[in-house]
Design a protein around this ligand. Sequence first.
Ligand code: GLU
Length: 300
Amino acid sequence: MSRLKTLYRGRFAPSPTGPLHLGSLITALASYLDARHCGGQWLVRMEDLDPPREEPGAAASILRSLQCHGLFWDEEVLYQSTRAADYTSALTTLALDGLLFSCDCTRAILAPDGACLGQCRARQTDIRGPHALRVAVTRGCQIQFNDLLQGPQLSALGESLPDFVVQRKDGLYAYQLAVVVDDAAQGITHVVRGSDLLDSTPRQILLQQLLSYHTPHYCHLPVITTHQGQKFSKQNRAPALVDDDAAHNLRCALRFLQQREPPPALITAEQILAHAIKCWDLSRVPAAMAIPAATIGVDT
Ligand code: GLU
């Protein structure tokens, strides 16, 4: 074992917007292998926070696919749709500390990056209609962290992503808030996920600091891209995985993660996983933001 057997709680947190595809299998597998190799626990959290974006049946289909691929989780699946009380309580804490403000800007008024251009903070008593809640990020706020794969990161959050939303105008809780509350509630120590979330991490670390939560270790994996350079995603119709091809799918994902190839005699998902857990080596995963699917022989 290359790393110390300390307390380790990892997680896979899919949004149920479609079935599991190769990109999400890669994330699930890497977070699973890193946890199991370190003797840790691996949890699944269903990020069903945004009903308009969800696809009926997707949550059940993702869970079935994980099981077909031998990826069995510890504890009960946590559904974000059941967690409103905790999100509200975190918002109350932030509000009592004077860290939130209401923003009723329409899309047309917001900056192209979604920032409120500064008028709302001064008009708080006038804002009575539908409004979003934003964290008041101080100018000059910088967040630093060391990504286990991508290396040292420094974000000038005060300039690049000011005053981000924690509750939307339609009342839905923002991903940034929910993920931080749930990572803390579940005692997550290691977050292994796609590099598309690397620029969300400074916002999450800031929220952890404001809420006095522990900051987990972060590891952002390269994402798999189509031949047009787009991330595999439900939005660009990445094909659903065929559960009956679990062993083949796992071999593809391991090739993408540049892990040692399981010997051909290993046929079942369980055999392949047992080998992969033993041999898991994070230092073999390329420290890249994206890798085309063609490099592992997958057609897109
Ligand atoms: N739910 C997010 C997704 O499916 C992942 C969130 C996370 O791992 O923090 O992309």
